[in-house]
Ligand binder design. Structure first.
Ligand SMILES: [Zn+2]
Length: 273
């Protein structure tokens, strides 16, 4: 396995990506897709792992798995799959910050967003139905996948307009009100999206300002986990990269998840890429 520290221009801290030699996903793909994820979401990702090809074959149909703040991609790494998996990470990490030992998808607010709608975003979410209730973690993650598309399109459109046209009041072109006015962009690719708009706009209300921090730079970085010796299993801090993993040394605050959030294992994602 090879590990690389990958730097993006919006953060002084690196992301350590680990790739098994026979992974179906190549380095260029992984670095490109991770870089396209908005920094406020990306900064909560501790590690990206490109799983062995043999493991991907054995787990056919599963594209990615997330545990705590790290995601393993098995057969594909697309922006959509990353948006789903990293929404799981925000679900746990931000939930632990805002709701004690609760995921965001477990909060009364999310349950209300879910109950306001008659539909869920994808058939994958519907397939997780159990005891007459959709898996709220999967609902949250695929709502995130949709909301990310919507936010990206709305913000691109706002950026392309002349400043005076962005906001009648002369205020922030990305103000929530202004963005909400463009929420119907999803209608371009799903005729019935309004049936789940409470979930999509709910996700944006909870996380948009965090996903797109002012200034477009990271405000922290999920703590890098210790390296583990392959023969002894001993954990060694800073073994890879000779100490430069200490985020404090590059002036970026470490985001340290609660212990329970570190251990959450989300259901494997079975979706088209
Ligand atoms: Zn999932």
């Amino acid at each position: 396995m090879e590990a690389r520290d990958v730097y993006y221009s919006d953060c002084n801290a690196p992301w350590t990506i680990c790739r098994y030699k026979d992974s179906l996903i190549d380095w260029d793909r992984a670095m490109l897709v991770l870089g396209k994820i908005p920094v406020g979401m990306r900064q909560h990702v501790a590690h990206v792992i490109l799983a062995p090809g043999s493991y991907a074959k054995k787990k056919q149909g599963i594209v990615a798995e997330t545990k705590g703040p790290s995601t393993a991609f098995l057969s594909a790494m697309s922006i959509g799959v990353a948006a789903h998996e990293f929404s799981h990470i925000l679900d746990a990490m931000i939930g632990s910050r805002r709701h004690g030992n609760k995921k965001l998808s477990d909060s009364p607010k999310w349950i209300q967003f879910y109950q306001n709608d008659t539909m869920v975003p994808t058939s994958y979410v519907a397939s997780t139905l159990s005891n007459n209730r959709t898996s709220l973690v999967e609902d949250f993650a695929d709502s995130g996948r949709w909301a990310m598309s919507n936010m990206a399109r709305a913000r691109t459109q706002a950026s392309n307009q002349p400043p005076h046209a962005r906001d009648g009041s002369g205020g922030d072109p990305f103000s929530f009100q202004n963005r909400t006015m463009r929420a119907n962009l999803l209608a371009d690719y799903s005729a019935n999206w309004t049936e789940c708009q409470s979930q999509i706009t709910g996700y944006r209300k909870l996380l948009e300002d965090l996903i797109f921090p002012p200034g477009g730079r990271c405000t922290g970085k999920a703590a890098t986990s210790d390296a583990v010796n392959t023969t002894t299993g001993q954990r060694v801090h800073g073994m890879v990269g000779a100490g430069k993993h200490k985020l404090r040394s590059v002036g970026v605050a470490e985001i340290v998840p609660a212990d329970w959030a570190m251990e959450i294992q989300f259901p494997p994602y079975r979706a088209s890429t």
